[in-house]
Design a protein around this ligand. Structure first.
Ligand code: CUA
Length: 364
């Protein structure tokens, strides 16, 4: 029992060394990139250093108390003074110089320019989800997705970080430290994933009620797999292959989903990114309970691109696994899962709901 609990506590602090735990826990101590390794190394140096210093202080304190109790002679004046100078001034100074130097060098390394040939990924933080855009070497858009970032292993990834509303912070502990996404400012960062895996990320700056449910995943995969994935993401949406899916597509275009969401090849224009605030007005869902609220909006509400929704493993920025039941639950009552999210409930007949879910799941 004790061992089980200890195991849990160790895993909680991310100290678990098993490969399995590394992939399941977002941990800065299971680094999967050089950047994260540097951060982990500094962390370990600080922890081990602190333990040594704490132990030394305790020994000195214990010795003092012990000697006082046995009424042994006190240290001579000179010895006391030397102790203060060495242990109270010289050693702390050395430790501080080491720590400041270490973090300065590491910080310089981490904030260096991304190498040529990096894959550029633009990440925009919205309340409360992540818009992910893949750009080619000329800065042209290749594909747009949301909340799940695929990256190649052993090729540098350059992140261009923006915010559409308030300050968010991009953090994948296994791959890098935190970088803020600031409204009106562009921050950049880069890392190279050194091994395959699924790494969990989280918004690390309080940004409103659903800050805690603003998660994402980074899927690091071999170059060839990544290229195939990206090529597929660049395609337009798959056409329905069953009657139910066809009905689902009809529901999607009829009830107003495309007022906010894009499905490339289906929706008439790019509205989901919010980059064109003067775009056409929203298509309102007559059955939507928030019709009045939506009518007040004079620009499209940014929402995740759904062109390849079926290829994602979670929905609502990692809030739920992307299964039939959860998708249905999310469409029916998003506020029940993420109160405050901009997604209004979609009031549908059961048959329509099933069709819409089937259609969305088919969009691989
Ligand atoms: Cu976005 Cu916290």
């Amino acid at each position: 029992m004790l061992f089980r609990d200890t195991g849990k506590i160790i895993a909680l602090f991310g100290l678990s060394a098993t490969a399995q735990a590394q992939e399941k826990v977002q941990s800065a101590l299971a680094p999967a990139s050089d950047q994260a390794s540097g951060i982990a190394l500094l962390w370990w140096a600080m922890l081990i250093g602190s333990i040594i210093i704490f132990a030394a202080v305790m020994v000195i304190l214990g010795t003092g108390l012990w000697r006082a109790r046995r009424r042994e002679t006190q240290l001579s004046r000179l010895a006391s003074r030397n102790l203060v100078i060495i242990a109270g001034v010289a050693i702390p100074l050395l430790v501080l110089i080491f720590l400041v130097g270490g973090s300065l060098f590491l910080g310089k390394d981490l904030s260096s320019r991304a190498p040529d040939g990096s894959q550029t990924i633009e990440v925009t933080g919205w309340r409360w989800w992540w818009e992910i855009r893949y750009l080619d070497a000329d800065g042209e858009l290749i594909a747009t997705t949301a909340n799940e970032i695929h990256v190649p292993v052993d090729r540098p990834v350059r992140l261009v970080l923006k915010s559409g509303d308030v300050i968010h912070s991009f953090w994948v502990p296994n791959l890098h430290g935190k970088t803020d996404l600031m409204p009106g400012k562009v921050n950049t960062s880069w890392f190279t994933a050194k091994r395959e895996g699924v790494f969990f990320g989280q918004c690390a700056e309080f940004c409103g009620t659903q800050h805690a449910l603003m998660g994402f995943r980074v899927v690091a995969q071999p170059q060839a797999q990544f290229q195939a994935w990206l090529a597929q993401q660049a395609e337009n949406a798959q056409a329905p292959t069953t009657e139910q899916q066809a009905l689902g597509r009809e529901v999607f275009t009829d009830v107003g989903c495309m007022g906010c969401h894009d499905i490339r090849g289906v929706t008439p224009r790019t509205m989901s990114t919010g980059r064109d605030p003067k775009g056409p007005p929203l298509i309102h869902d007559l059955r939507s309970s928030t019709k009045a609220e939506m009518a007040e909006q004079d620009s499209p509400i940014p929402a995740p691109d759904l062109t390849h929704f079926g290829s994602r493993t979670t929905l609502a920025a990692g809030a739920r696994p992307s299964t039939k039941g959860h998708i249905g639950g999310w469409l029916t009552d998003p506020q029940g899962i993420k109160p405050g999210a901009l997604m209004p409930p979609t009031l549908l007949e059961p048959q329509e709901l099933h069709a819409l879910v089937a259609y969305l799941q088919s969009l691989e």
